[in-house]
Ligand binder design. Structure first.
Ligand SMILES: [Zn+2]
Length: 103
């Protein structure tokens, strides 16, 4: 019997185990490597989501929308939060792309 280490919580588990008995994470084919691939896809997805959110906030705070907003959006949102969110998204996509190229 071979013992493996869970890529999520670090517990030692039986090689045949499909699910970690400690943290209940699925240990599908590929083990730690597929977990790393999922991680880098998550980075890119989060980056795209935050750019989309930045675009949505930019649109709402620009005042050009026909959707009536029942509250005033502070100018701070459009001037600081939206560019920060956009840059964070670009950074996350960059990290995801770098991790993908490296593996
Ligand atoms: Zn675990």
């Amino acid at each position: 019997m071979t013992v493996l280490q869970c890529p999520y919580c670090g517990a030692y588990i039986n090689e045949q185990a499909r699910v970690c008995p400690k943290c209940r994470e699925s240990l599908a084919v590929g083990g730690a490597h597929s977990a790393a691939r999922r991680g880098e896809k998550g980075e890119i997805r989060r980056g795209v989501m935050s750019i989309a959110l930045a675009a949505g906030l930019r649109y709402l705070s620009s005042g050009q929308t026909t959707i009536p907003i029942p509250f005033e959006i502070p100018t701070l949102v459009g001037e600081i939060l939206v560019p920060l969110l956009f840059l964070a998204g670009v950074g996350l996509i960059g990290v995801g792309a770098y991790l993908r190229l490296r593996s």
